[in-house]
Design a protein around this ligand. Structure first.
Ligand code: ADP
Ligand code: ZN
Ligand code: ZN
Length: 721
């Protein structure tokens, strides 16, 4: 029998592919194969097929070529290869990240039948052919006048699925995609675009080939409307559109808006919250070109889309586009690469663009499209005020003026949100007698007090214990919670505003599926008028009647070692502010701070992100910080910090002679986490090339000789420092 020799990428942490033998024609490039690997069986993707046997004695045969996956097209393989090279990750791991979980299993995917339905091509002809005595077969043929699922077929008779298969083979029955469950009324009339929107839509529609656009406009300026028009144009040309959003679970409103605008289009979503089967089916619909709008989170950037015509990245500055485990890629950056590779337009939208994107726009690589006004007639930007907290007595962490405004807002029937980015009751429990504080034994962090179930919890490693009855050091029984978390603020507001009891929304009470949606519904109904929440509430939710936002602990982001902290804080505060005053009523935002003179607040109050971004960019240029320099961070953790540092020092030595600057390794900012002692090595260069080369060099070195007792990560273009 003639053979073919396959080079296969496997999901293993080794930067190489593996050779296997297969019957000639069993699998083509981009297809999935199942192969033996040591004692395991793994699923892999074919990278190359050759007729000549590799010079390798232990060559094994593949276990199966399931043929359940349409071959990954060349452009997606190229995207994955770029991702692997740029982020110094094994190609097999990138490909695994690109495929839905069900297609990564070392067994054929049996799920497609779950989606497809069967229908007779000509039920009358089929009935005419069947014997009049074959009662059950006739019953099935009748049923198949309309599309039926496998389950419905199976109910007819024990043999029904076999008949179906025979008829299918004979062409008497075909598989059809299920009817699209839209049920949405068509939008009666579209809003008249304002001139800035119209100019933006025209620019995107006019793009032939690669073009990158930054759509810069505050929340409510009509960015989504611009996306919708640009998408409509591409659909009209018979193309597919990929829309990336930061967190799809938080944006059901966006999905609904898409379905309402395009009721006749198959829209699929792709995100990690979907069940494996559903995600695989959605993915296959996109791959086959049936789904024309794909709405997904970062992982969707890899979706094969044969007729792709436009990529939209909403909230392009959002940190969740960055994968922080396994392969550490930026979906936004990959989206731009993909657009260039496929020669199509990419539209990045934000009210607070990342400094990376800002730089690209100011240097002319991206074209900036501004939406300077709020879209809805009469809607005005919220007024932002700073409340200095230095010399005033706070009440449960809340400024008296903020309480007064809350009272006034609630009294006139408005909704108000108290924003505090810290869950739990208080961030630490302390003893006033001896100075003991509740620290985590495994991390450089404090245990957070959770009063609801009377526990102390570490938010970094998950450690928890009961609240001690007395100080472990001196026996004092009067332990005090220090500072505020969402639960404490909730309690304080409940006492003060008994007629409008607060609803708290944070990660602690929204873990159960559907609980967040249920709470948001209460807010939309106006049942709840006072909200306490974390950043979960900052994104995407549209609260029509929200008139006041009070921000309690903004300062936490001001004095961070991370040079991106201010940029993030600005984005977050503007995003929270954007929740207020959306539907015509003016919104008010009060920010409590101990540092009212900090230049950051001057920029925020001016509401001028462009000025802030220009300043940030100038500072980065001066200090040679990204994006005005290229960075690579190697992170290491071991049982002892000395081991981590020694390991990184050795790596630093291995970079001598390369065109990069490797700094002295230092302890990480939280140097102990979950019992591991962590350090980092920063490698910099003026441009990306040398940094990527250094990352590849280190990855090869570590793969050839894996270190013992040290865990390491190579983080190209790190987002947290
Ligand atoms: P963004 O995405 O920038 O937050 P949206 O596109 O969601 O802004 O627009 C905010 C609100 O304004 C939405 O309710 C939208 O329907 C409405 N809107 C957008 N563009 C227009 C327009 N040209 N005329 C009237 N209303 C508009
Ligand atoms: Zn004590
Ligand atoms: Zn801990």
């Amino acid at each position: 029998m003639p053979h073919a020799y396959l080079s296969v990428a496997l999901d293993v942490p080794l930067p190489r592919s593996f050779d296997y033998r297969a019957p000639a024609g069993a699998a083509a490039v981009g297809e999935r194969v199942i192969v033996p690997f040591g004692r395991q069986t793994l699923s892999g993707v074919v990278l190359a097929v050759s007729e000549t046997a590799p010079d390798f004695a232990g060559l094994k045969d593949i276990a199966a070529a399931p043929g359940d996956l349409p071959a990954l097209p060349a452009d997606v393989l190229a995207l994955c290869r770029f991702c692997a090279d740029f982020y110094a990750a094994p190609l097999g791991m990138v490909l695994a990240a690109a495929l839905p979980a069900a297609l990564r299993q070392p067994k054929p995917w049996g799920g497609d039948g779950g989606m497809l339905q069967w229908q007779a091509t000509d039920a009358d002809a089929l009935l005419a052919r069947l014997s009049p005595r074959a009662k059950k077969q006739r019953q099935l043929a009748e049923l198949l006048r309309t599309p039926q699922t496998r389950e419905a077929v199976r109910e007819i008779a024990g043999d029904a699925l076999r008949w179906l298969a025979d008829w299918h083979a004979a062409g008497e029955v075909i598989a059809v995609a299920p009817a699209r469950p839209t049920g949405m009324p068509r939008q009666a009339s579209l809003p008249q675009l304002n001139p800035a929107q119209a100019a933006a839509v025209d620019a995107v529609n006019a793009a032939e080939g690669y073009a990158a656009f930054l759509l810069y406009g505050v929340t409510g300026s009509g960015k989504t409307e611009v996306y919708l028009r640009a998408i409509a144009e591409r659909l009209g040309r018979g193309e597919q559109v990929l829309v990336l959003v930061p967190e799809i679970n938080l944006t059901p409103q966006l999905e609904a808006r898409f379905r309402q605008r395009f009721p006749d289009e198959a829209i699929v979503s792709l995100h990690s919250g979907l069940a494996d089967g559903e995600r695989t089916r959605n993915w296959l619909q996109a791959v086959r070109g049936e789904a024309r709008i794909v709405l997904g989170t970062r992982l969707a950037v890899f979706t094969p889309l044969p007729a792709l015509g436009l990529i939209v990245v909403d909230e392009e500055h959002d940190g969740s586009y960055r994968q922080q485990e396994g392969v550490r890629y930026s979906a936004r950056d990959l989206a731009v690469w993909r657009a260039r590779d496929r020669k199509l337009p990419v539209l990045l939208g934000s009210a607070t663009p990342s400094i990376e994107t800002w730089k690209n726009a100011s240097e002319g690589r991206y074209r900036r499209l501004d939406l300077p006004l709020r879209a809805v007639g009469g809607a005005v930007a919220p007024t932002i005020e700073v409340l200095p907290t230095g010399r005033i007595a706070l009440q449960d962490g809340i400024h008296p003026l903020a309480l007064e405004r809350l009272r006034a807002t609630l009294a006139r029937g408005g909704q108000a949100l108290v924003f505090i980015n810290r869950r739990g009751y208080s961030p630490v429990l302390a003893c006033n007698e001896c100075g003991w504080v509740s620290g985590c034994k495994r991390c450089d962090a404090k245990l957070v007090l959770h009063l609801g179930d009377r526990r102390l919890r570490c938010h970094h490693c998950g450690f928890e214990c009961a609240i001690p009855a007395e100080c472990p050091d001196c026996g004092n029984i009067d332990l005090k919670p220090l500072g505020q978390g969402t639960q404490r603020v909730e309690d304080a507001l409940a006492v003060r505003f008994p007629d409008t009891p607060p609803l708290r929304i944070d990660r602690d009470n929204t873990r159960r599926k559907g609980s967040l949606e249920a709470m948001l519904a209460q807010v939309h109904d106006g049942e709840v008028r006072l909200l306490v929440g974390t950043q979960m509430l900052a994104k995407g939710h549209d609260f029509a009647n929200l008139q006041l936002v009070v921000v309690l602990n903004a300062d936490a982001g001001l004095f961070s070692v991370d040079f991106r902290a201010e940029e993030r804080l600005f984005a977050q505060l503007l995003q929270v502010a954007g929740r207020a005053g959306r539907a015509g009523q003016p919104g008010q935002v009060l920010i409590q701070t101990r540092y009212p003179e900090h230049p950051f607040y001057a920029a925020l109050l001016a509401g001028d992100y462009a000025a802030f971004a220009d300043e940030q960019l100038a500072a980065r240029r001066e200090l040679l910080l990204p994006p005005c320099a290229a960075w690579l961070m190697v992170r290491a953790e071991a049982k002892r910090i000395e081991t981590s540092l020694a390991f990184l020092n050795a790596l630093r030595g291995a970079l001598v002679g390369m065109e990069v600057q490797a700094m002295t390794p230092i302890a990480a900012s939280m140097s102990r986490k979950a019992g591991w002692e962590r350090a980092q090595l920063l490698v910099t260069a003026a441009t990306r090339g040398p940094v990527v080369a250094a990352a590849a060099h280190l990855a090869a070195l570590l793969a050839a000789k894996p270190p013992k007792g040290v865990r390491w990560v190579i983080d190209v273009d790190p987002q947290d420092v």
